[in-house]
Design a binder for this molecule. Structure first.
Ligand code: SF4
Length: 285
């Protein structure tokens, strides 16, 4: 069994004290210890942003991709070795701005990966610009007179694009987030966990108090298999009105299961045959 000590890196995170990334960091490590995720069975990819530093603070096989591109790296890893648990850490800007096209198409194909989306409603690493989830009229460095655009509703977009597991958890609910990360990974398909992550430095509005005061758990009577109800529920966001929990879950064939070539064994287990391609190359000159 892997231990928390084995997941630790020599560096303590340099996020701002009080940043919601600390809760996510703790929740993921708890989930890894509980589920025994180690370098033989797990890999994760991060994008660019404060969240991306996760690769420096969790000692598992990881890769920090280009801005907005962690999802294609992760789907490549999953196609090469579909036995691995594959996670993506990404931010609201990284995932829905630079990487929006990757997000919707990976959801549409139902790649069997888990996307952990740090939603702090701002670009934090670049010191506070409007992101695709910044609320309309919110003033930022890039829109000092107020954001003129409507924000994406993350889970609504994910479900509409084809995600087969969609959940939201407050980042500082470490036990709840840990459990949801495990559940998302167990799901066979494209899983999105929107993590409400306070950026205490550049978004004073979405503070820890704001989230504790305004979130509520989806009731036990809520049915996560009803897509119409889920799409409607994901539109709800306001004072005392931010639902958290599992919004939607459905079983469908994964992208990887559509490829008979990897049925018997992962691509990574195939022998690489040496072939003479000089004749082929000649045809290209
Ligand atoms: Fe966290 Fe915001 Fe500081 Fe980045 S800038 S480390 S998101 S509090």
């Amino acid at each position: 069994m892997i231990t928390a000590a084995e997941l630790a890196t020599p560096n303590f995170p340099n996020w701002c004290p009080g940043c919601g990334n600390f809760g996510i960091w703790a929740a993921f490590k708890n989930a890894a210890v509980t589920s025994d995720w180690d370098n033989t069975n797990t890999a994760f990819v991060a994008g660019i942003g404060c969240h991306g530093h996760m690769v420096n603070f969790v000692k598992l096989t990881s890769f920090e991709g280009l801005h907005g591109r962690p999802i294609p790296v992760a789907t490549g890893i999953k196609m090469a070795n579909h036995r691995l648990n594959v996670f993506v850490f990404t931010g609201d800007g990284d995932c829905l701005g630079e990487g929006g096209n990757h997000f919707i198409n990976a959801a549409r194909r139902n790649h069997n990966i888990t996307v952990l989306l740090h939603n702090n409603n701002i670009y934090g690493l670049t010191t506070g610009q409007t992101s695709p989830t910044t609320r309309k009229d919110f003033p930022t460095k890039s829109t000092p007179d107020g954001n003129p655009d409507e924000p994406f509703k993350v889970l609504n977009l994910a479900i509409a694009a084809g995600a087969t597991f969609a959940a939201r958890v407050y980042a500082n609910d470490i036990a709840g987030l840990s459990a949801m990360i495990i559940k998302a990974n167990e799901h066979q398909g494209f899983s999105v966990v929107e993590m409400l992550q306070p950026c205490i430095t550049f978004n004073k509005e979405c503070s820890p108090t704001f989230f504790t005061d305004n979130t509520y758990k989806l009731p036990d009577s809520y049915d996560p298999t009803n897509i119409a109800a889920a799409l409607e529920k994901t539109l709800e966001f306001g004072e005392k009105q931010i639902p958290v929990g599992l919004f939607y879950k459905v079983d469908k064939p994964t992208a990887e299961s559509e490829f008979p070539q990897i049925d018997a064994k992962p691509l990574v287990d195939n022998q690489v045959e040496k072939r003479d391609v000089s004749e082929l190359l000649q045809t290209l000159y």
